[in-house]
Structure formats: structure tokens, C-alpha cells
Design a protein around this ligand. Sequence first.
Ligand SMILES: NC(=O)c1ccc[n+]([C@@H]2O[C@H](COP(=O)([O-])OP(=O)(O)OC[C@H]3O[C@@H](n4cnc5c(N)ncnc54)[C@H](O)[C@@H]3O)[C@@H](O)[C@H]2O)c1
Length: 356
Amino acid sequence: MGLNSGVLESAGTEQREAVVTVAGGAIPIRIGRGAARDVKSWWPERWRRALLVTQEGVPIPFDIPDGVAVSYVEKSEGAKCLATIERLASDAIRAGLTRNDGVIAVGGGVVTDVAGFFASVYYRGIELVNIPTSLLGMVDAAIGGKTGVNLAEGKNLLGSFWQPLAVICDLDTLASLPPREWRSGAGEMAKYIFLGAGDLLSHPFDLQVYACARIKAEVVSADERESGTRALLNYGHTLGHAIEGAFLARGEESAISHGEAVAVGMIFASRLARSLGRISAERVEEHLRVLSAFHLSPFFPPELEPEEMLGYLKVDKKNQAGLTFVLDGSAGLEVVAGIEETVVLREIEEFARWSG
Ligand SMILES: NC(=O)c1ccc[n+]([C@@H]2O[C@H](COP(=O)([O-])OP(=O)(O)OC[C@H]3O[C@@H](n4cnc5c(N)ncnc54)[C@H](O)[C@@H]3O)[C@@H](O)[C@H]2O)c1
């Protein structure tokens, strides 16, 4: 079964807060059931109007105040495009949004990414509040200020760093999250185990989300612009993005979710680290146990070819000399550059054989 809406029952009523501290100030990340209900608690007094960006079917966990215009974006990764930004701008102008008004993003990572990018360029930047409603949004996408849209050439190639004023994770919104999206969030949550989250699953659900959000907040606070340690949040994402890219190119975007692909990518990264002598076989087994606890599949998708993966890996944004992966080691996760393509290809082939 894994994570699903049933786990909400284990959450208490307490509101918890993590904080991202960046040059621009402190950004509260509030986590709890009903956290967004009281609009006054997160609506800045100076805003007279706002554009609420969301998607059909996403629950809005508060009564929409007067002065708020609602814009819906398409329910797919395809909504992360410049045409969406133009349309949001037209909606905002029609709604009379000024530079002293704001944007409220209510939805998953697609919504917070486009709403954030839009907020960063409308009148050269207006304020933003993120209200993530997917598990992946709460533990990852809505925190940290990375915004962006995709181009035909690849994901997130246009974007900005634009920090929200606050991130409000209202756990009650998760009651309607589809099972697939729970699994996707689980993939990112499993990643935090390797970033020091400990025995996450032994805690009530609200604490699990809080623990992940706090780690993300700490990593972003230490390296807002990803000049170093923030890249560690990409654990499992290198092969994960290649897998997603290959399915997207086949027009089969829904074959695997982001978090499921990251989970497979973490197993591959552990196998690669083992073959480079960085970790033991027991540590690879530990990766498998973590995924199993989150009910995630560790297997390379049989539809994909190892050679095809290499094409995607070569254009990964992290690459410096040779291929670059985030890998486990005796000192924990590290960015490792200069890994030879032949080594990576051999390991993917072995991974595919092991996956059966
Ligand atoms: N900016 C960042 O730092 C960052 C980090 C990780 C991922 N991302 C981006 O996030 C996106 C993925 O985000 P995601 O996994 O949240 O997917 P998503 O935004 O596509 O949402 C998944 C689906 O769930 C629906 N949904 C969301 N909340 C719901 C709810 N409470 N009830 C019912 N349906 C709900 C959405 O409408 C959508 O159909 C990707 O585009 C990825 O690139 C960004």
C-alpha cells in the first residue's frame, strides 16, 4: 500500500514551522492540518488583489477572499511553458494586479513552478505565497525558490530563483491526492533518508512531512543558488530524469511519475557508487530496504534501452568533465564529476539485467 490518504489520520493537529533563511530574509514553511484555512494568517496586509493560480480538481483549502482572480492551468507537465506565463500575465492585467499585489499558487509542483516564474517576471517581480497540495510539492517543489518552465529541448531550461513569502502546507488538501501522486511524493521522501532524515516512517505523518521540509529548508538556506551542497537534493535524479525524458519522448509521460523515477535512480546511484568502491554491498541493500519500506519499485523499466539513457545523461545540467552523479560514500552524499561514460553504460546494462 505505501503512503496514501489513510496516513493523514496519524497526523496531529499541531502546526509546525520550518524556516528557509536566505539573503532576502526568513521564509516560514508552515505544516499542519488546516494550515491554510485562516487567510489572514498568510495574506500580507499590503495586498489588495491577488491572482490565484491552480488546476481543476485541486482543493482550495480556504474561502477565496474578494479581490482574488482565479486562473486555471492545464493538468499536465505541458502547462510548464511560456504560453502559460503569457496567459497568466493577461489574466493578471485584466484583474488589475499592481506591483503591490501578489500571486497565490495552490497545487502541485507544476502550479508552483509556473506561478513562481510568472510572479518573478510580472512587472519585474511581485510577491508570491505557495500553498502546495501534492506531497511532492510539500516536501520539495514549493520550497526553495526555484521556478521555471520547459522548452522542447528539455525540462526547466528557463527559470528564475524567486522565493515565496511563505509556504503553507495544509495537510488536509492531501485527502484527494490520487494514489499515483502519493507514490511520487514517496520517492522524494525516501531520498531524504539519505540526507539524514533517519527513520522517517516511524513518525506520525505530519512529522514526516515536517522532517523532509526542514531538511530541504536547511539545504536551501546553506546554498540558495546551488553553487554547492544544494545539488545533493538531486540524489537519484540523474538517471531519474533520463528515464522521465525517455518516456516523455515516447509520448508516455504517465508511464512513470517523477518520484518513482527518482527511486529507480537512487538504486542505480547506489550500484554505481558500489562499483566505484565508494560504498559496500550492504549499503546497496539498505537502499533497497528503504525503497521497499516506501513500497517503491527499484527496477529499471524494461521498455527502455541503456544506450538511450546515455544520450540523456550527457546533457544533464550537473555535468562538468565527463558525467556527474550525486553518489553515496563514507562521508555521505557527494557530487562526483568525471565518471567515464563506458563505466556508466556498463552499470546501466548490469542494472537492466538485474531488474530482469
Ligand atoms: N521547483 C522545484 O524545486 C521543483 C522540485 C521538484 C519538482 N519540481 C517540479 O514539480 C513538478 C511535479 O510536481 P507534482 O509531483 O506535484 O506534480 P503535478 O503538479 O503535476 O501534480 C500532479 C497531479 O496531481 C493533481 N493534484 C495536486 N494536488 C492535488 C490534490 N490535493 N488533490 C487532487 N489532485 C491534486 C494535479 O492537478 C496534477 O494533476 C514537475 O514539473 C517538477 O519539475 C520542481
